[in-house]
Write a protein that binds this ligand. Structure first.
Ligand SMILES: C[S@@+](CC[C@H](N)C(=O)[O-])C[C@H]1O[C@@H](n2cnc3c(N)ncnc32)[C@H](O)[C@@H]1O
Length: 236
């Protein structure tokens, strides 16, 4: 077994703030035919990990925007290539005359945009004609979710409803990578060490109540009902 490869994958995963696997991100890059001529814009890029992987694997040129200075700094320290530019800023005020082959955003259903449709329209502004949108979305794995889950995460489409919406907007899926339990486990536990430190100092404050809710909703509801996926789509 190649332990070095496994540990290197653990390090890459640590910098992803979503429930997609590295294999899924690379599969999408492969399916989209990414190469050294491909340009990618990543809106809400976090640490810029998707751009880093696509750049290292396929040689793409990428630009990433995120409002968290700490994520951008971490990303800049990790992305060891001039092919990837990471910018700190609000995507909603970002603009450029450049059009990209691929525009990606993991935040289509997390409240950054007023609606899924408005999010897609926002991404369209930056994509070349016949280019590809790659978006992240939560989805329901089964119908009739608990009311508390909808209060926690908002209304979510089933995969079939998501496909219908994408089709109604004139798009066809070209690639997708949906979450596994392992990716959710990584995401849910990513701040556990900091949480334990806090709980040891202040076991009964507002954070303790939030920590309790975060894990209870995951184990009781999210694990059974909620999926997350990265979807690539082109206009027909
Ligand atoms: C769940 S993380 C995903 C990060 C990254 N796409 C990934 O998959 O690792 C969501 C990111 O969206 C960023 N974000 C949210 N609203 C934003 C905005 N209006 N402008 C820029 N970044 C924003 C947050 O700072 C955070 O890094």
């Amino acid at each position: 077994m190649d332990y070095k490869q496994i540990l290197s994958a653990c390090e890459e995963r640590k910098h992803l703030i979503s429930m997609v696997s590295i294999e899924g991100i690379l599969q999408i890059g492969y399916d989209l035919g990414m190469n050294e001529n491909t340009t990618v814009l990543d809106l809400c890029c976090g640490n810029g990990e998707m751009l880093k992987l696509w750049s290292e694997a396929f040689g793409i040129r990428g630009t990433g925007i995120d409002q968290e200075q700490a994520f951008i700094e971490t990303g800049k320290a990790r992305v060891n290539t001039e092919l990837v530019t990471l910018i700190c800023g609000d995507v909603l005020t970002f603009d450029t005359l450049e059009k990209f082959d691929i525009v990606t955003c993991t935040e289509l259903t997390t409240g950054v945009f007023d609606s899924f449709e408005k999010g897609i329209a926002f991404l369209e502004h930056f994509v070349k004609q016949n280019g590809t949108l790659v978006f992240g979305s939560l989805y329901l794995k089964k119908e009739n979710p608990p009311h508390e889950l909808i209060e926690f995460d908002g209304e979510m489409p089933t995969l079939a409803e998501l496909w219908k919406t994408v089709k109604r907007l004139g798009y066809h899926f070209t690639s997708m990578a949906t979450s596994t339990d392992a990716e959710w486990e990584r995401y849910i536990l990513s701040d556990a060490k900091a949480a334990i430190k806090h709980l040891r100092q202040k076991p009964d404050d507002e954070f303790a109540a939030w920590d309790d809710k975060w894990y209870r909703i995951y184990f009781e509801q999210r694990r059974a009902y909620e999926g997350w996926g990265l979807f690539a789509a082109v206009k027909v």
